[in-house]
Design a binder for this molecule. Sequence first.
Ligand SMILES: Cc1cc2nc3c(=O)[nH]c(=O)nc-3n(C[C@H](O)[C@H](O)[C@H](O)COP(=O)(O)OP(=O)(O)OC[C@H]3O[C@@H](n4cnc5c(N)ncnc54)[C@H](O)[C@@H]3O)c2cc1C
Length: 512
Amino acid sequence: MINDVVIAGAGPNGLMLACELGLAGLRPIVLERLPQPSTEPRANGLVGQVVRALDRRGLYERLSGSEEPPVPVPGYVFGALPLDLSTLEDNPIHLLPVPQVRIAQVLAERAVELGAEIRYGHGLVDLEQDDEAVTATIAGPDGSYRIRARYLVGADGGRSVTRKLSGIGFPGVSRDDSVSRTVTAYPPAAWVDPATGTLDVPGYGVIPPFLHHRTERGLFVFAPFPSREPLVTTLEWEKPEAETDPMTLAEMRESIKRVLGVDMPLEPPKGDGPPTLRRLTGGNTRVAERFRDRRVLLVGDAAHVHSSIGGPGLNLGLQDTVNLGWKLAAELRGQAPAGLLDTYETERRPAAERVVMHTQAQSTLIAPGSAVTALRELFGELLRDPANVKRVAEMMAGADLRYDMGVRDAHPLVGRWAPDLTLRTATGTVRLAELARSGRPMLLDLTEDASLGQAVSADRIDIVTARADGPEPPATALLLRPDCYVAWASAAARPDAAELDGLRAAVRRWFG
Ligand SMILES: Cc1cc2nc3c(=O)[nH]c(=O)nc-3n(C[C@H](O)[C@H](O)[C@H](O)COP(=O)(O)OP(=O)(O)OC[C@H]3O[C@@H](n4cnc5c(N)ncnc54)[C@H](O)[C@@H]3O)c2cc1C
């Protein structure tokens, strides 16, 4: 028997891909070599366009516990420099402060609801490809076995076995000149403003919460989460000794003394959960040579790793999976136009390269030394200009991408991620994000005579006729791919014959 898709790795990206494939009617098998879901504390939340992308799959509600749509945040940081987002129109920075363990749990539940099978304790150990399928060898609790699938996706993290078995290189740089330490711990209560979480450290001064705070000797972050134990983090530039002792609160206190120059007593966490006591040395910045080798594809950390500064990892990885899922499903159903699957890499590699660029730039901006202090002064000046803030915010959000839709002189929205719209339809008022939850292509017809539906076949595309509720929308008609990128758009009240030809060409190009 040949399965459709096997996914190696039940981290957030493997699970999200399983959800996307499930939405498209496939039932992937997800292999996870750990015997149960990982409890390793990693991401503290999601940052950027991914928050709204999850809203467009109905997952934001589940993760935030709120039925309200996501709203942007008034401020963020770039390389420990403040970004004032409060005055921006279309502020693209949305945050979802949910720990990675919970994100993976919600995605696993959704993937299973949609028909995926998750096999914990089953690790991919070998793979071979022929013209028809991939044969994967799996080490399971009852021994090893083989499974055949038309495609295998490696979502097995930065040390991806899939990538190595496929002979795909992972060029980039590894550094060993920094040590980052993170603990769950309480600084003295008298130092913390209970209303804002701001720390007032005797002998040092005020440190705002959640933001990276750079000194000439390192970086300090205090993150007093409202419903979780607070996290304290330091980053120091030092050639680390081969430290093998487990991380302790005392080691953290010593590190804070070096970074801030003052002693900060730390109380251990109060809850029952396992405390975070983490020491990470160095870091890697690498992008896979190829994201695809015939029937094998890579997503998430298997395809790219970089510093976690600013929290871009899951914004990048989860949107890889939303890009890949519908294309892989179309390929498996025999409905994909030629070359569709290759656009996964042509579209997502530039996204990865931008993250590699801005995380390296940010890591440079937080490094010690007077030359960096000078560079920060210059950057700080530039970031007082709202146009620069907008540009940096869009880059961090992953909202500055424009995919090549193969259309010349296109409407400005073509290739961009569709804006949030509120629409009046025959059945009531609905947000575009809610309409997108089917994961199907959509033709949104806001024209005067609502006649666009006649131009395309409705069996593979949801045709929605509506009026915009609120400000005039930037287009009268939009053809959206399942990942909500705009494949075609018109600004005409009644698109003419040439525009309708363009619409039909876009339908053929993306949906066959
Ligand atoms: C300290 C830290 C803080 C971070 N903070 C943030 C943040 O705030 N925001 C953010 O967006 N990102 C953050 N990141 C990055 C984020 O954690 C990663 O981008 C994310 O884990 C990548 O998900 P993934 O599913 O690609 O890989 P992983 O989460 O690594 O999952 C891969 C899975 O594959 C499994 N596996 C491995 N080999 C095999 C095999 N052979 N067969 C089967 N299964 C296998 C592994 O057990 C694992 O469960 C942080 C990372 C770190 C380390």
